[in-house]
Unconditional design. Structure first.
Length: 91
């Protein structure tokens, strides 16, 4: 995938904005800030930010324009089956 100069510029603006926010924001608010920057600077319409616990389980998602029901369905139908397929080669 090739980015245009304008796309590179937007990515660099997002990185710079996130770096400055990281210094002044606690982790929970920072995750919300990341989603807002992705939306405002890069045009993301939907996204989420997970944490991973010590057992490599996805926890505590913060959502941007995603309904909680959608996340519950993902967890029920896809996330659980991925864990059951742990014998498959990991990427």
């Amino acid at each position: 995938m090739q980015l245009t100069k304008e796309e590179y510029y937007h990515v660099l603006c997002a990185v710079e904005e996130l770096a400055s926010k990281q210094m002044n924001t606690d982790i929970n608010n920072y995750r919300t800030e990341v989603l807002e920057v992705l939306c405002e600077t890069l045009g993301f319409q939907q996204s989420l930010f997970w944490l991973v616990d010590e057992n490599k389980q996805l926890i505590d998602p913060i959502l941007l324009n995603i309904e909680e029901q959608t996340l519950k369905e993902y967890d029920r139908y896809f996330y659980l089956s991925r864990r059951e397929d742990s014998h498959l080669k990991e990427c």
